[in-house]
Design a protein around this ligand. Structure first.
Ligand code: MN
Length: 752
């Protein structure tokens, strides 16, 4: 076991003015408190906090953080209290040890919801003081190194939690060494066979290539020296987990892996990085498309380096990373390195004056942490949050710009919708299109590094729920879900209100929100709006609501469908393909002549902005109505076809961005008029069904232009209506109204 003077010596190597007294006091206190406690391995328990402290010295952390490492298990496992620790070591250390104690209680819960809660608490604790994370990671690293002594049933869970949360978090905070070691230790327990196989192969390969690697190292050193560049050069081998991940994700065999070996060139100044790059590129051929300058555009976790891949002497690909010593330390130690470059140890700073524990507020890692914590308060489901955070932890970044040049970092695979939400939630919610590098592009386009993205916006919109599948960031997904939940709820509540108005009227009773309040509890709800939405969704029959308010009411179903009459009484007879006859009220069905006239009027002057004036414009068969977000597709010689943005037909044009045209409704100040839209209604096959449907459509002020019917099953008929409606709100009202009808099973907007 390490003695206290050894610990002091380790710190003195990077911090000569070490507070020896503090360390000695913490060492003795922790040793006495843990007393004769033993670890699973049989070692004295104190060996664990001591090893954790040693790991913290490897990260070059100050003595108060190392002291927290020594004390981190005392409150949880011994008679020590926060008060006692504060009295002996100060408030700062007491707070940190207490924070770690709280986190420990959350460890290794198997339920996913509880895991998510754990991650939330961890992130909040880190934001408070990043030293909590550094000690927690050191603690986890030592526990992983000694995992063999833990009972097998616990091992898998610890390893998986490490792989899922702690390793990516270390990576996200820029601590690559920590990340790699945690991943490999976890990999060894999660998939022992794969781990052993890859480790053996890597060892063989390293042996086989030893000479070549030595040759390249010597050549690199000589060339750089000839050009007056002082540099440290060494080769490194990919870690087993990263080899395995690459084999899996790219479906490659071990032999097909091309970049198992890499070289690092460490220089003094940023200038030297670019000069070294010149030397390398003059000496060897490079592999196209593999050059990356993370110095001018750092990664989100503050990683900076130049990456390039050359073709080596025996035709193998060799990756080179070129960086300064400072960049190297940031790459190895991440947020911990920011602490190193601070003048004063963080503990001496006034509490709350900086971001905590020396993490720089300017660092990208910190910005990410803040954003993630913000989304904690937005997301209302802990499991969704875990899913998103995990997703974001694993993904690489793309960097895009607003037209004003603001840098927006997004996970790889992000779309303009993600971009819009990253800029601001309001911008995401009102996004209807995007220009990428000046050209209108589909919203499903994956953004590339350096893209300039201009979001095309329209007010009075809610994002379609389908966008949830278009986005990759948690922020966008949560906002879309929230917006569509709210929109749907509002829509149903509005519909419920109208349904209840009519139901109360039938019962001969007055209706108002106040009157409805009387029945809310009896119906098992808390708020009037809950009841309205439930009625709108069809969960509560309207008669039940009337009865809840007026218990004597008997019910009145079927009274609202009028009896038939002779022809000429304002009703039309329709016969469907099977010879069944329906009667529908005349004000709901437009006679053909009227319909054609209306249709022509619609086609004559389509109020669309964005289309060149001499181009003929028409609507796609499913129609589009004001309020729909629309996209124009141009067909040479034929003009522009306008589609609602959710139309599946648009997918056919994904690979022809030049045909996409940014169009918008231009109806401001124009006289109110109707637009065509198709809906598909599946109705129960019973006499009177069509009549009921047509009646509702008429009552809701829509015209039926055409109707076709197909019997899809013995009990169901699919009806495709071409309706003429005022706008999207009107159409949604009609759809919602039809969904309430007893004869109706489903109603959807037609898609293409
Ligand atoms: Mn511990």
């Amino acid at each position: 076991m390490m003695r206290q003077y050894e610990l002091v010596e380790r710190i003195q190597r990077y911090k000569p003015q070490v507070n020896e007294a503090l360390l000695n006091k913490a060492y003795v206190y922790a040793m006495q408190k843990h007393g004769d406690q033993k670890r699973a391995s049989g070692d004295p328990y104190f060996s664990h906090p001591l090893e954790v402290a040693a790991i913290l010295t490897e990260m070059h952390l100050d003595e108060s953080t190392v002291a927290v490492g020594l004390l981190h298990d005392t409150i949880e496992d011994t008679s020590a209290t926060r008060r006692e620790i504060e009295e002996m070591f100060g408030e700062d250390i007491g707070r940190l040890v207490e924070g770690l104690t709280k986190l420990k209680k959350l460890d290794l819960v198997s339920k996913r919801a509880a895991q998510a809660e754990n991650l939330r608490k961890l992130l909040l604790a880190i934001a408070d003081d990043v030293r909590v994370l550094l000690v927690k990671l050191a603690d986890r690293l030592h526990n992983m190194r000694t995992l063999d002594y833990v009972p097998p049933h616990k091992r898998a869970r610890i390893a998986e939690e490490t792989m899922d949360i702690y390793a990516p978090l270390a990576g996200r905070m820029g601590m690559q060494d920590m990340r790699e070691e945690l991943e490999d230790l976890a990999f060894r327990h999660i998939n022992p066979e794969a781990y052993r196989t890859i480790t053996d192969r890597l060892a063989e390969l390293g042996e086989y290539n030893r000479e070549t690697l030595g040759d390249i190292t010597v050549t690199l050193k000589d060339r750089l020296a000839e050009n007056g560049i002082e540099a440290e050069v060494y080769s490194r081998q990919k870690k087993p987990w990263s080899v395995f991940r690459k084999m899996e994700s790219k479906a490659l065999s071990f032999e097909q892996l091309s970049d198992v070996f890499g070289f690092r060139i460490i220089v003094d100044k940023v200038d030297d990085c670019y000069r070294a790059l010149g030397v390398v590129h003059r000496k060897w051929n490079t592999v196209p498309g593999r050059f990356k300058d993370y110095i001018s555009t750092p990664k989100q976790n503050d990683y900076r380096s130049i990456h390039t891949t050359i073709v080596g002497p025996s035709k193998q690909r060799v990756e080179l990373q070129i960086r300064t010593r400072e960049m190297h330390e940031v790459a190895e130690y991440g947020v911990a390195a920011h602490a190193i470059y601070k003048d004063k140890p963080a503990a001496e700073k006034a509490n709350g004056q900086d971001a905590g524990g020396g993490i720089s507020k300017d660092s990208n890692a910190y910005a990410w942490l803040r954003r993630t914590i913000e989304s904690l308060s937005e997301g209302d489901n802990a499991e969704e949050f875990l899913e998103h955070t995990k997703l974001e932890l694993f993904q690489d970044q793309v960097f895009c710009f607003t037209p004003k040049g603001r840098l927006i970092a997004l996970p790889r695979g992000a779309t303009p919708v993600d971009f819009a939400y990253a800029v601001h939630t309001d911008i995401g919610n009102s996004c209807v299109g995007a220009k990428i590098n000046g050209r209108i592009m589909p919203l499903v386009t994956r953004l590339q590094n350096g893209d300039e993205v201009e979001v095309v916006r329209s007010n009075a919109q809610t994002p379609p729920a389908a966008w949830e599948h278009v986005v990759v960031t948690g922020k966008a997904r949560a906002a879309i879900r929230r917006a569509s939940r709210m929109a749907v709820r509002k829509q149903y509540a509005g519909l419920g209100h109208r349904i209840l108005e009519r139901a109360f009227e039938r019962a001969g009773e007055a209706f108002s929100r106040d009157i409805l309040k009387r029945g809310v509890k009896r119906l098992g709800h808390k708020e009037v709006d809950d009841v309205l939405a439930a009625v709108g969704r069809g969960e509560i029959p309207s008669d039940d609501v009337v009865r809840a308010v007026f218990p004597d009411y008997q019910g009145s179903r079927n009274a609202s469908i009028p009896a038939g009459g002779a022809e000429g009484d304002g009703w039309f007879n329709l016969t469907n393909a099977e010879g069944m006859m329906f009667r529908i009220p005349g004000d709901a069905a437009s006679p053909d002549a009227q319909g054609v006239a209306a249709r022509e009027a619609i086609n004559r002057a389509i109020p669309i902005r964005g289309a060149a004036s001499d181009m003929p414009v028409r609507f796609s068969p499913e129609g589009a109505v004001p309020g729909d977000r629309i996209i124009g597709i141009s067909t040479p010689g034929k003009g522009i076809t306008v589609y609602p943005i959710q139309s599946p037909a648009l997918a056919a044009y994904d690979d022809q961005p030049e045909r996409w045209i940014d169009v918008r409704w231009d109806i401001e100040g124009l006289e109110k008029r109707r637009f065509a839209a198709q809906i598909v209604v599946t109705a129960i096959n019973a006499p009177g069904s069509l009549a009921e449907i047509a009646l509702i459509i008429g009552q809701l002020d829509a015209n039926i232009h055409t109707l076709s019917m197909v019997r899809t099953a013995p009990d169901f008929t699919e009806m495709v209506f071409s309706l003429e409606v005022w706008d999207l709100k009107h159409l949604n009202g009609v759809i919602a109204g039809l969904r309430e009808a007893e004869a109706v099973s489903t109603v959807e907007r037609a898609s293409g």
